[in-house]
Design a protein. Structure first.
Length: 368
């Protein structure tokens, strides 16, 4: 074979990079996983679809918290507050004014897709109002300051009846996009009846993929390196020219927007917002998600969110066949309580034996 022929055979043609990438086992796994997720609504029943939607909403919120706590080192105990802002912001912006349980509910009646976007921006604006504090405090001091948001939020949610519906909450208007409504009206697709959970599966999956892709881009680019520098050595980062306070404030706003998006999705899945849900326990669960999955890792946030959010669902579904787990009042441990014991033990085990989390993220500076 001549040298020209050999060179021509080895020269990368237009299709070689794509062919080479498709031969990678990791690429095949990603494609198989994507196809599996797209096909699940055709095979899973309503319970598991709801559990999957909860996991996707939790993953979006956990990615935002991991940007703040895992990548920047800023402890936040108020993540549930921003989820509540997103959930109730959507209800107020999209809902109509009405009367329910003695409360005159206020609503602007905006198109639901616009209300969802504005609710995310509203959560970001709430984070922006708090960002001057977040830019100047760090560690336990910021954690204590954000903890105050939980108490303020709970007081507002329980007492602002015209906006939140009080203790009983308020109904959530179904999402409507391009004339298609994501409600329980049955639509048959490939001989499979699609209701609200089947319909919501794909926008939720798209939101999770977009959020993960954006966060991954942030972490792999210059902002991610700056955030890691702020986390590892604040003074040295400032000496190198990194505007520490501005980066801390900015990532706090971004984390709040992720939480707002998660809150909107949770509201759409629940179909009714309840103030009690957005309490301190929810914030602790999000901290458990990022510790179990891996601090500073997008994949770790998704894995940890799936573990913490699916565990109580699984225990509830199989409580009849599991030892020591049963319905409340029957002598066993309630599934929700048992799940908290288990992921609490998982946090301790990860801290002791897997400091990098289940996904073992690489060190700063390495390709993620």
């Amino acid at each position: 074979m001549s040298e020209a022929t050999t060179a021509g055979a080895k020269a990368p043609g237009p299709g070689r990079p794509l062919t080479a990438s498709l031969r990678r086992p990791r690429t095949h796994l990603w494609l198989a996983g994507a196809l599996l997720l797209l096909a699940l609504p055709f095979y899973l029943d309503r319970f598991w679809l709801q559990a999957g939607l909860f996991a996707m909403a939790a993953a979006i919120g956990a990615i935002g918290l991991n940007l703040l706590t895992g990548s920047t080192g800023q402890l936040s105990m108020g993540h549930a507050f921003f989820l509540a802002v997103g959930a109730y912001g959507y209800c107020v912006l999209a809902g109509e004014s009405s009367t329910q349980n003695g409360h005159a509910l206020s609503g602007l009646g905006l198109p639901t897709w616009l209300a969802a976007v504005l609710a995310v921006l509203l959560a970001g604006a709430a984070g922006g109002l708090f960002s001057p504090i977040a830019g100047r405090l760090r560690g336990a001091y910021l954690g204590i300051a954000t903890l105050a948001l939980i108490f303020i939020g709970q007081h507002v949610l329980f007492n602002a009846g015209s906006l939140t519906g009080g203790f009983n909450g308020r109904p959530v208007p179904p999402l409507s996009l391009f004339g298609f409504t994501f409600d329980d009206t049955e639509v048959v697709v490939a001989a499979v009846p699609f209701q609200s959970f089947e319909k919501l599966w794909y926008p939720a999956l798209l939101a999770l993929a977009a959020g993960a892709y954006f966060a991954r881009g942030v972490l792999r680019g210059r902002p991610g390196r700056a955030l890691n520098a702020v986390r590892d050595h604040r003074i040295a980062a400032g000496v190198m020219g990194v505007p520490v306070a501005r980066y801390r404030a900015g990532v706090f706003v971004l984390s709040s927007m992720y939480a707002g998006l998660a809150g909107v999705l949770l509201a759409l899945v629940f179909q009714r917002t309840v103030p009690e849900y957005f309490g301190m326990v929810l914030s602790l669960e999000y901290l458990a998600m990022i510790v179990i999955g891996g601090l500073g890792s997008v994949a770790g946030a998704v894995v940890g969110a799936a573990f913490v959010s699916l565990l109580p669902q699984v225990l509830t579904h199989y409580s009849d066949s599991l030892p020591l787990v049963s319905a409340p009042g029957t002598g066993g441990v309630a599934p929700g309580e048992a799940s908290r014991y288990l992921y609490g033990a998982a946090v301790v085990a990860v801290v002791l034996f897997l400091p990098g989390g289940l996904t073992r993220p690489k060190k700063p500076g390495e390709n993620r």
